[in-house]
Design a binder for this molecule. Structure first.
Ligand SMILES: NC(=O)c1ccc[n+]([C@@H]2O[C@H](COP(=O)([O-])OP(=O)(O)OC[C@H]3O[C@@H](n4cnc5c(N)ncnc54)[C@H](O)[C@@H]3O)[C@@H](O)[C@H]2O)c1
Length: 446
């Protein structure tokens, strides 16, 4: 991306390659989230649903002064791929097509599924790269075999190329919608591209399937967004490869449900300097994601992703009297009767003037995949935009969508939903050479 400041303080617009031709969206993992996303896009294309929850489709952006009355739709302001130009693909451990997988996931009604059956049945998963050490509670029946991990990565590269050709795509984006892998810290094989490639040949046990897909995507110049909390592209070698090949990356873990609520409420408590003594969050859910998270090692990955949020927003080191002794606990319990309809309870112990205690209780009866699907769409479209703008590496401006946003090494992530939204919209203004909005507003009173 290249832009220069003009005399008026605005930046010159960035050259953006047009969004012409088809955009292929590839999802490793075609379970509840991926199939709900695909079904929803088709339903919108047929005029049967509205793109509710999607900033790229329904969001607007104010330009200039509040008195200018200029608030176009984001999709009119920046060139995004059109929904009609999207084609879908993916990989899964099971051979079910998107219709069968959506039916098993139990998110959508039979009525919706019947309307979309013909379309969803055409989306068949490619064979997955799988290693049960990383997802203990699932056993694959539709997985690749290879002589080593490099061989598996090369097979994914072939899949990507074949998909692009068969579907006459101009561009591709990969969004990880696969299960949460077990908790791992970065290992020596993740330090550089050379070390990673050596590890692929040597079958290094620290290389997870999600990283094999990520490597294949980046080698092919395909942006990679990580919807789960496992490392995937959050390791130095992937950053190096992304920079080398000019590819955008982002993660981790779609921000839906309980964490979305936390990043809405916590900035409010901090803004009004209300103390938080404790925040206890518990969930019940009964989908396949819940089954995977029933394994303590996969739960640990999720827990780390969820716990970071409050610490970063409330900044106890700056406000020790308010947040220094906060207890933050997160639990997820697998409870099959609920399926995808999660119930999340939060008990928040807060305190105010003279230390008087108060409590807030939240009972969020949410639908996980319904909240996640528009995020998949927005990330795919914005990642594609980033690439057409020449922006590579970590896309911090998309932190809005993540529970655990990746940021530059040594830089703490921004978790506050409202700062994230401002950053996202200012990035779009910057790309188009519009004045950034600071909300200073002195000009109305001069
Ligand atoms: N739904 C939400 O609100 C939400 C929010 C944040 C993150 N997530 C994450 O998104 C991911 C998807 O969630 P979901 O509810 O669709 O789960 P799901 O279990 O319904 O789907 C995941 C799919 O991934 C497949 N899979 C696992 N490992 C794979 C591999 N190596 N290659 C290809 N496929 C693989 C599984 O077979 C399964 O079909 C999970 O990691 C979840 O933690 C979901």
């Amino acid at each position: 991306m290249s832009s220069t400041k003009s005399v008026s303080g605005k930046s010159a617009p960035v050259d953006i390659r047009p969004a012409s031709g088809k955009l292929g969206i590839l999802c490793p993992g075609m379970g509840a989230v991926a199939t709900t996303f695909m079904a929803g896009v088709e339903s919108i294309r047929k005029g049967r649903s509205k793109p509710i929850g999607s900033l790229t489709q329904m969001g607007t952006i104010r330009l200039g002064k509040r008195t200018d009355g200029k608030t176009p739709l984001i999709q009119e302001f920046v060139p995004l791929a059109k929904l009609d130009d999207i084609v879908f693909g993916g990989w899964d451990l099971f051979p079910d097509d998107a219709y069968q997988a959506a039916k098993k996931a139990g998110v959508l009604s039979n009525e919706h599924l019947a309307e979309l059956k013909d379309f969803l049945s055409t989306i068949k998963p490619m064979k997955a790269v799988f290693d049960q050490t990383f997802v203990k509670n699932l056993t694959a029946t539709h997985a690749k075999t290879g002589k080593n991990k490099l061989d598996l990565a090369e097979q994914v590269i072939e899949d990507i190329k074949a998909f692009k050709k068969a579907n006459s795509c101009d561009r591709l984006v990969m969004v990880w919608c696969g299960s949460t892998e077990v908790y791992r810290s970065p290992a020596p094989c993740h330090a550089t591209v050379a070390a990673f490639e050596k590890g692929l040949v040597a079958n290094d046990p620290e290389i997870a399937p999600s990283q094999i897909y990520a490597y294949a995507a980046l080698k092919c110049g395909v942006p990679y967004a990580n919807g789960a909390p496992n490392l995937a592209v959050d390791i130095p070698c992937m950053l190096e490869l992304a920079k080398q090949n000019g590819v955008p990356i982002g993660g981790k873990d779609f921000k839906t449900g309980q964490t979305l609520m936390k990043t809405i409420l916590a900035p409010g408590f901090k803004a009004r300097l209300l103390g938080v003594e404790g925040w206890y969050s518990t969930n019940i859910l009964g989908n396949r994601d819940g089954e995977v998270l029933d394994d303590p090692e996969s739960f640990k990955t999720k827990e780390v992703s969820k716990l970071g949020v409050l610490e970063h927003i409330l900044q106890p080191h700056l406000y020790p009297d308010l947040y220094g002794a906060m207890h933050h606990v997160v639990r997820i319990n697998y409870y099959p009767p609920r399926g995808d309809n999660k119930e999340g309870w939060d008990n928040i112990d807060i305190f105010g003037w003279m230390g008087y205690k108060m409590q807030i209780k939240i009972d969020f009866l949410c639908r996980d995949s319904i909240l996640a699907a528009p995020i998949v769409l927005d990330l795919a479209l914005f990642m594609d935009l980033s690439q057409r703008c020449g922006m590579s590496g970590i896309q911090e401006w998309l932190s809005f969508y993540w529970k655990s946003p990746q940021s530059a090494p040594g830089l703490y992530p921004e978790h506050d939903l409202f700062i994230q939204l401002m950053k996202l919209k200012n990035t779009l203004r910057h790309l188009r050479g519009e004045e950034l909005i600071t909300h200073l507003g002195n000009e109305y009173y001069d």
